[in-house]
Design a protein around this ligand. Structure first.
Ligand code: AMP
Ligand code: FE
Ligand code: FE
Ligand code: ZN
Length: 312
């Protein structure tokens, strides 16, 4: 399977809506093969060290297992600062919500217990998906599915195996034809209720941000529920957002007093128009704004991961 046909972004037809007017120094949303990204944490650090970035956050789905390796790898490069993060599978009402969280303490027991439950559910549901696909004649070997999975398994691992077998042309096709609600290979998964997710993240000394709000169908309900409970930010500079979406989510951020965050959500899928680190991200000063939220919420000694303030 060549790098160019391994996957796709949420909206593969779009090009970057509007490149930010600032040099992108901060990327608060990146995936490694600890979840559904393709690069190892070390490879990701090597990659971002060659970009415009000064700050990068590793935010894998429902796992912190890539963080130690990324942190160690980043020590070789004086120009980039590592930020530990996680993207939590969450929901408000019946709707899915991804929360990108930063500065969490990886050792926090309550957080790790819930993450383990989320990953166990991911695994059993992935097995169920493979069984369902088998029933409609799309046989996959479990080994093929987990070939590039080194932590939290997700639908992209199944989609990539389907591409490799030639059942679909692209990862995006696998999602739209088989792996989304209403399609034969869809199985719903455990998600953390939003207010509990926030409590867990705050208990681990972190702060939480709404990821790619374009995908959140009940954004107003989400903000009404989570802002009073300490939600820190919302991604405004995300994916391929054009000025219409940037304006829309900026207005929500202003109204609710949220940090306007973002990043590339890079998975190294290798598709032609994938947003790569350095192409899109929030303005300089966003890391500092989020860090100040964390300090205001937890006190300097209560933040789950201390940054050297001279770097901010
Ligand atoms: P899962 O973790 O199983 O819920 O899968 C969600 C992940 O799949 C997201 O984080 C994206 O990386 C990827 N994804 C979601 N929708 C699509 C899509 N339509 N095409 C390609 N990748 C997608
Ligand atoms: Fe993902
Ligand atoms: Fe996400
Ligand atoms: Zn993500």
């Amino acid at each position: 399977m060549s790098a160019s046909n391994t996957g796709a972004r949420h909206d593969p037809s779009a090009s970057l809506g509007s490149a930010p007017p600032w040099e992108v120094l901060e990327d608060l949303h990146l995936h490694t093969n600890a979840s559904d990204g393709v690069l190892t944490p070390t490879e990701m650090v090597e990659f971002v060290s060659g970009t415009s970035l000064h700050f990068f956050a590793i935010t894998d789905h429902d796992t912190t297992s890539g963080l130690d390796e990324a942190e160690v790898a980043s020590e070789k490069y004086s120009g980039i600062t590592f930020i530990p993060g996680i993207e939590l599978s969450s929901g408000v009402g019946n709707n899915d919500l991804h929360l990108v969280c930063h500065f969490v303490d990886r050792e926090n027991r309550a957080l790790q217990t819930e993450l383990a439950a989320l990953r166990e559910d991911r695994e059993s549901k992935a097995e169920e998906i493979v069984e369902r696909l088998d029933k409609i004649g799309l046989l996959l070997d479990w080994d093929e599915v987990v070939a590039n999975a080194d932590g939290a398994i997700g639908r992209p691992h199944i989609a990539r195996a389907m591409v490799a077998r030639g059942y679909v042309e692209t990862v995006s096709d696998a999602f739209s034809r088989y792996l989304t609600p209403g399609k034969p290979g869809y199985v719903s998964r455990r998600k953390l209720e939003g207010t509990l997710a926030l409590e867990l993240v705050h208990g681990a000394g972190g702060v939480a941000t709404v990821a790619h709000p374009r995908t959140v169908s009940n954004i107003e309900e989400v903000l009404a529920t989570l802002v009073p409970r300490g939600l820190a930010g919302i991604e405004v500079y995300a994916e391929k957002y054009g000025s219409d979406m940037i304006d829309r989510y900026s207005a929500y951020a202003r109204h609710h007093g949220l940090v306007k965050s973002g990043g590339s959500d890079y998975h190294a899928n290798g598709t032609a128009n994938e947003i790569v680190p350095g192409m899109n991200g929030p303005p300089p000063g966003t890391v500092r704004a989020l860090y100040e939220r964390a300090i205001n919420m937890h006190g300097v000694d209560g933040v789950g991961y201390r940054l050297d303030e001279s770097q901010l």
